[in-house]
Each structure stands twice: as structure tokens, then as C-alpha cells.
Ligand binder design. Structure first.
Ligand code: CXF
Ligand code: ZN
Length: 366
């Protein structure tokens, strides 16, 4: 079938709308009419070739839409279902077998390499191969082919146009707090970076009764916004001695910290401000080869933990419907992070997100 997609044809280049051909769904695949899709920082990492995603390519990995058609063997979803598309995973490796698909041993090729495992792409333009299958979806398009495994059925009562970011950025922040850190009510949390992931962590922490919630950023508007979402303290990372301030607020140091910045200096602060037995989650993706320095005695003698977290440790089939239900109950208002753009303004959506004017740009197809 013919679709309209935002195609990337050069490193750091703009997205251009083109008419492409999309194959019919193969065995295990699902054809989705995309209603809306979030823009995630990782799309920009792929755009800038900081990861070796090949071009020309259709990016986009926070799609939500309705199932149009399913390929042979698909039983999990049916035409008409509302779905959120999330990251892809193999379903067979030790992590997937252990319900830990965010640590799939094939995470990299299944999500970043722009092709199915057999090397094919469902996208083309008059015979020219266009890379697709990004995060098993490539959802900067009016239609996307995803897989039974990364299609998550969601309630028809929820507004589909806001749900896409639950597939990556929002799930990453909320899952870091709820699944990975398992942050408890009455314990302290510091979130470094008030972007989509960090603020989703704040919303989840609020829903769980975590207290106090401290946010550190260098953008005053984002700090003010974090307070309006329920953070108790907002610290300007440039103006304040951050570690000392956190020690003063908490008395003991923080029970949990979350770095969403991938800035090595900030990551060090996220470890240095931990209470004894505190846990620091690293969510931001640093550059390959970056080394993080730590106070080895403090980590060892305080029983402190430093751990990486991918996609919020989520089992998406369980966690995304849980977030939808929390949203519907008024306890997780992640729609406050979103600003909408039509597909033909996708470059504006990207610029507003990158320049910090918008927390979570969402591109609507209709
Ligand atoms: C990514 C972030 C970097 C590690 C792999 C998963 N998530 C999506 O944006
Ligand atoms: Zn993402």
C-alpha cells in the first residue's frame, strides 16, 4: 500500500515527507494505522548517526494507532484494536525468557538497524530500498508495520493520540521509578534532568507517594514546570552546590537517584548524593567508551548501588496498560508533557523538543 512517511536522507538532516510503498504484514507482523507518534531523543541520536542506523530511513518509535490488518499467526491483536507500539525484542534469549525484554540480547539489532532480522525492509520507494523496522515500527508515517511482540493492546476508552510516548520515553521514566528502583512512599528521590523521561519519573514518584521529590536541571522554565507536576524541590544545577543541597534537604542523602542526562559530571553527583544503601539508576545513554568515575570507598562502605536501566525495566504488555489505567484514574497526568504537531510540521516538532521549548512533541497523522 502507499503511505506518507517522514524520510531521513542525510546525517542530522531534516525529515522530508515522501510517498512510500509499505509491504503487507508478514507472519507475526501487524499493520497499524498510526494515529500519533512521539518524538524521542533517541530518534535524534539515530538521525545524527551517533548510532549506526543506516539511511535513508523512517524513524519514529513511540507510535499509537489502530490495527488495520494482521499477518499469519498473529493472535495477540486483531483489526480495530487500539495499540501502542513499543521497543522490539527477540522473545527467545535468556532475558526475554525471564520476562526482562528490555535487556534482550538482540536489543540493538532488533531496534536500531533499520531492517528485519533477515535484512529486509517493508518500506520502499519505486524500487529504492528505504530502511524501516526502527524499534520494530518506524512510526513517523501514516502506517507502520510492527510485530505481535511489540504491539501492546490498550483500552479503547483512552485517548489514542496521547498514548504513543508510553511506548518509550514515558515508560522509561515511570518504569525506572516503579519497576527498577521500586521507590517506596516516604522515601526520597532525586531526578537529574527535567525532560520527558525525568518528568515522567516525577509523575510516577508522585503517584507512589515518594517524598521528597527533588529535581535538578539547568532550565528555569523546566524547574518551575517540575514543581507544578508535584516535585517538592527544584535545584538549578549551575547555581547551587547540588550534592550539599540534597544532603541538607534529605538529612541522610537520597534513597534513590535517577540520572536522565548522560552527563558524566551529573552522573557522578547522582551517586555522590546517595544515602547509605541508596540506589542510583542510570537511564541516559552516554557516548560509547565514556568512563564514569566513582568514589569507590563510598560506594562500597555505604552499600550503595549504581545500576543501568533500559526502558524502565518494563514488561510492556503489563506496564503500559497499568500506566493507562493510572492516567484514567487521574493519578498520572502525563498528557501535561505533550504538545501536538501535524506530520507536515515534524521538523518544528523536533526543533521545539531539542531546544527545550516542548517536553514531549507528538506528531499527529490526521
Ligand atoms: C533507548 C535508550 C538508550 C538505550 C537503549 C534504549 N531507549 C529509547 O529511546
Ligand atoms: Zn525512545
Amino acid at each position: 500500500m502507499q503511505i506518507t512517511a517522514a524520510v531521513l536522507r542525510s546525517r542530522s538532516g531534516p525529515f522530508g515527507l515522501e510517498t512510500l510503498q509499505l509491504e503487507d504484514p508478514r507472519a507475526g507482523e501487524v499493520l497499524v494505522r498510526v494515529v500519533a507518534t512521539g518524538v524521542c531523543h533517541t530518534d535524534m541520536v539515530m538521525r545524527d548517526q551517533d548510532l549506526p542506523t543506516p539511511q535513508p530511513v523512517v524513524l519514529g518509535h513511540e507510535g499509537a494507532g489502530t490495527v488495520e490488518r494482521v499477518g499469519p499467526g498473529v493472535t495477540k491483536v486483531a483489526p480495530g484494536d487500539h495499540v501502542v507500539m513499543t521497543f522490539n525484542s527477540c522473545g527467545a534469549c535468556p532475558s526475554c525468557s525471564d520476562h526482562a525484554p528490555t535487556y534482550c540480547h538482540e536489543f540493538f539489532p532488533r531496534n536500531f538497524m533499520g531492517a528485519r532480522p533477515d535484512g529486509s525492509s517493508g518500506l520502499s520507494k519505486d524500487g529504492e530500498a528505504i530502511h524501516g523496522n526502527i524499534f520494530g515500527q518506524s512510526s513517523f508515517a501514516t502506517y507502520a508495520l510492527c510485530h505481535e511482540r511489540n504491539a501492546v493492546k490498550v483500552s479503547r476508552d483512552a485517548p489514542l493520540e496521547i498514548l504513543g510516548p508510553l511506548g518509550c520515553g514515558v515508560m522509561t521514566g515511570a518504569g525506572a521509578v516503579m519497576n527498577a528502583l521500586q521507590a517506596r512512599a516516604g522515601r526520597s528521590l532525586v531526578v537529574f534532568g527535567a525532560g520527558a523521561v525525568g518528568l515522567s519519573a516525577v509523575l510516577a514518584a508522585k503517584a507512589e507517594g515518594v517524598s521528597p521529590i527533588i529535581v535538578v536541571d539547568i532550565n528555569p522554565a523546566r524547574l518551575a514546570f517540575a514543581l507544578s507536576l508535584g516535585a517538592d524541590h527544584a535545584l538549578d544545577g549551575r547555581a547551587e552546590p547540588v550534592v550539599e543541597r540534597i544532603q541538607a534537604i534529605t538529612g541522610t542523602g537520597a534513597d534513590y537517584t535517577l540520572d536522565t542526562t548522560a552527563n558524566l559530571r551529573v552522573m557522578r553527583q547522582a551517586v555522590d548524593c546517595l544515602a547509605p544503601r541508596g540506589v542510583c539508576g542510570l537511564v541516559g545513554a552516554s557516548k560509547m567508551g565514556d568512563e564514569l568515575g566513582l568514589d569507590a570507598v563510598a560506594v562500597m562502605s555505604g552499600g550503595r548501588t549504581v545500576r543501568g536501566i533500559v526502558e524502565g525495566d518494563a514488561d510492556p504488555d503489563v506496564f503500559i496498560p497499568r500506566l493507562v489505567a493510572l492516567y484514567q484514574a487521574g493519578k498520572f497526568p502525563f498528557d501535561r508533557l505533550i504538545a501536538f504537531y501535524p506530520l507536515d510540521r515534524i521538523n518544528e516538532a523536533v526543533a521545539d523538543g531539542e531546544q527545550g521549548r516542548v517536553i514531549k512533541p507528538v506528531v499527529r497523522m490526521g
